[in-house]
Design a protein around this ligand. Sequence first.
Ligand code: GLC
Length: 433
Amino acid sequence: MNPPRLSRRNYLGLMGAAAAVPAAALPGDSDRERRMKWWHEARFGMFIHWGIYSVRGRAEWAMESEGIPTREYEQLARQFRPKPHAARAWAKLARQAGMKYMVMTSKHHDGFCLFNTSTTNYCAPKQAAGRDLVSEFLEAAHAEGLRAGLYYSLMDWHHPDGAICRNNEDARKRFVQYIHTHVREICSNYGKLDILWYDFDWPLDAKGWDSVGLNEMMFKLQPDIIVNNRNGLPGDFTTPEQHITAFKRPWEACMTLNDSWGFQSADDNWKTPKSVLRNLIKCSRDGGNYLLNIGPTGDGSIPEPSIAILTETGRWLARNGESIYKAARCEFMGSAYSYCTRKDNTLYVHIYFWPGETASITGLKTRVKSARLLVSGKPVEFRQDLLRVHLLNLPKEALDTPITTLALECDGVPEQYPEPVRVLRKRYGVNIS
Ligand code: GLC
């Protein structure tokens, strides 16, 4: 029997309220800091949505949003024949783009497994692909020196119990065992795994999925792994989707490069390298990570625009990376044309709309000792009074593209006055005119 069909909006309304923090200690709580260290320093990762939906080129929700019957949809598994080791090109691009980790869909909502599993024939090694695509992916990421993790959707449109398990205890037991077996296989069969990235806990809650048991098993098999918050538990980090919102706990903003996760051949709404970099800078400023998606085609090729955007992003990071990686949360926000990041006592001013010969930031409490252009190391003239750091004699045209970064060496951790400038002027008696 096919699961009843719901619209995407219905699902979102039904998703388990994002992980209220239970009082009792949860698996992974005791050594979170140790496990998360590399991830905090990494800042930038590649998300990969890939599956039999990629053959069709109408994104990963097609089975649901186009109402495709299961038997018809399954035919795609006979056409999904990726070229050998397609993941090598993704991993190479990720490294060149300055990304430090990769996360690939091992099973999306359509239920098709890219890994070998004892539970079903609906998996890449037993269908036309004829190979274990998870193993190829992990191998490729590691060969480029990148960390690697797997996305795994709990919701499953293909499994006969996937929807009815909410009101049928026998179905729930069968389905939860199916899910737990997958997680066991993923965590047992591929060596070291860095991230487990759950998605979509519809239609059960943490209790129904036995998410505590699931995470316990995962940590037993992979003691260094980190896990997100989408199985009804808080996990190690929170996952704002398609927007950048800072949380008080570790967070990672995941985003598409156009408007689609899975390959959508007609989607031409690409972000520019500048908007990608502005997002990355914002994440870094606010202490979060940026997980940016590619949607390869059915044969595993990366869409040309993705290659171009990420290549330019990587070139900029090669010149400006010191302002992003290992950066700490920055209190000082920036201006109307700049964002700031910081590492130790250095404030990096990222100017994305070049103002010309002078630029200013205001409200910096800390004294600036020296200023330089990050790209050339050339000193920049500046004057600092109580409220303004005035950068002077800058070139007319931006010196770096698409964003120019100035590094301001301060005599302490850069801090911002909490009050608005005009209040400060009054308080300190600095002339307004
Ligand atoms: C949502 C979507 C899914 C995508 C994911 C990425 O849950 O349903 O298609 O994989 O977000 O965060």
